[in-house]
Design a protein around this ligand. Sequence first.
Ligand code: XMP
Length: 511
Amino acid sequence: MQKILILDFGGQYDQLIARRVREHHVYCEVVPWTTPLAELRAFDPIGIIFTGGPGSVYLDGSPTVDPQIFTWGVPILGICYGCQLMARLLGGEVVPAQEGSAREYGRTLTCYDTSCRLFRGLPKEGASWMSHGDYMAKIPEGFALTARSAACPNVAIADEDRGFYGVQFHPEVGHTERGTDMIQNFLYEVCGAKGDWTMEDYERTAVAQLREKIGTGKVLLALSGGVDSSVCAALLAEAVGPQLTCVFVDHGLMRLNEGDEVEAAFAPWDINFVRVDAGDRFLTKLAGVDQPEEKRKIVGEEFIRVFEEEAKRIGAVDFLAQGTIYPDVIESGAGEAAVIKSHHNVGGLPDYVDFKEIVEPLRMLFKDEVRQLGRELGLPEHLVSRQPFPGPGLAIRIVGEVTKEKADALRLADSIFREELARAGEDRRLSQYFAVFTNTRSVGVMGDGRTYDHVLALRAVTTSDFMTADWARIPYDLLDKVSGRIVNEVEGIDRIVYDITSKPPATIEWE
Ligand code: XMP
């Protein structure tokens, strides 16, 4: 498999660069700039990308790379800081830009030399996204200028013979028009990529590797029903089916039919599927508790306890599997830290489950790749493309104390909301959508009688990262239909409100 090496100088868009490369079906890995040169060489890349970074190349102690790298005959694309670093190491000069000249932030009209391989086939001008305070006062020998803006004549440089390219702007962000085509040009025109990174191939290779590693050993996995753990389970099922035991703890705070759906999804595989229906146990622990953080802690701890009990019953296993994915690995500095970090979305890793080694078969995949792999493996679409669901489940969607009656009412209302959104095709544009049992009562009138029942809130948001979110503009007619159905079909609810708060100031969940 061909590989691109992304040398990380601490830029804020590094993950995005990696995603863009993978979207073009070329495998890549992000490694810190401190990685020894021999390791970079051993990676055997067909091309290298130097990322952006917050530093200034002329300051002592700034991130750098051994200039030996330029003698390998491997093409290099430097982005922002990476461009300046390449320029400086190859004999150019980088200086702080003067206020008002050459220093650029934000969307900038840029003119490209389309005879350069990086810009081949693209329009001669377009907006690019700049974020640099330094400036290449002198470009290195052998390089030509290949793009300019009004403030800066040196926006891009290229040494086509050696395959070295540098851009001051960020082609990986959406604000740079045709930026993704520039990355494609680098991969295919410059590095000679063949596009051999597909999920079909990945599945084949991963299955073979897992078989080799696991041999005749036993594997244990805590299956939550979320995308990552489900795909991890399906991959292991494909690789070592009967040696795999999945423990699915149903804490009674799942959505309607969720437990059955997860169980049904894994029925086709010959694995040991252990479903623990522990609803009563969780409800007992939650009785009388109304503070969100306390509820979270109780659900998390109880989850681990149940899982450990099951693990003990199963006995010693050789491998504990986890659904760690690549963004977690990159965020934890690509080091060993990720191995001990738990990514189960309920609580921590049980520390006295008896196992010898951890396997993390999704460790190198982005979320969209995980979904793709899930489809390849034949998991149902509703499981593969599902919205995030918090580990503590409905416990944090019932304001105040949790009871079975409230959970049952909420489950039904939530399923009506989801069903109508799906029927209208609205679900595809939403990032997360659910109902909340507000624990407030209000007066209503049904038939000729007075009611004094509960208020239910509907919440739907759009977001790309869940750090900020907009409340979703769902058509009124659709809300009307959902509202009508819920008050008619769910006992104990006589008023529906729609949450029109974005994040911030609100959070996505109510608790
Ligand atoms: P907030 O409510 O903080 O949510 O805006 C952001 C995202 O995190 C999810 N979330 C949780 N996930 N355990 C989880 O596994 C939790 O305790 C938890 N709380 C919030 C939330 O659903 C949203 O996707």
